[in-house]
Design a binder for this molecule. Structure first.
Ligand code: ZN
Length: 81
């Protein structure tokens, strides 16, 4: 299983595999996402890899970028020009 943090736009801005070895880090990451107002969902890893799972925020405005989460992040952050 995996955890995803979904933005209000429906885009998935964080995804992490529910690995028992990383439970502590995941718990921290998830807590931070909750604070950022994201919706946490527990989904299958297959879902995360599927087309259904839209990675990245598609909000009109630039979202709050997740701070210091380069590690384990599935996404390459794009800097604004
Ligand atoms: Zn969004």
């Amino acid at each position: 299983m995996a955890y995803i943090a979904r933005c209000k736009c429906g885009g998935v801005v964080m995804a992490t595999v529910d690995n028992p070895d990383h439970q502590k880090e995941n718990a921290k990451e998830i807590a931070r996402c909750v604070r950022d107002g994201l919706t946490i969902e527990r989904v299958s890893v297959e879902y995360v890899r599927s087309k259904e799972c839209v990675l990245g925020c598609v909000c009109p405005k630039e979202p709050k970028t997740t701070k210091n989460s380069d590690q384990g992040s599935l996404f390459v952050r794009q800097e604004a020009p």
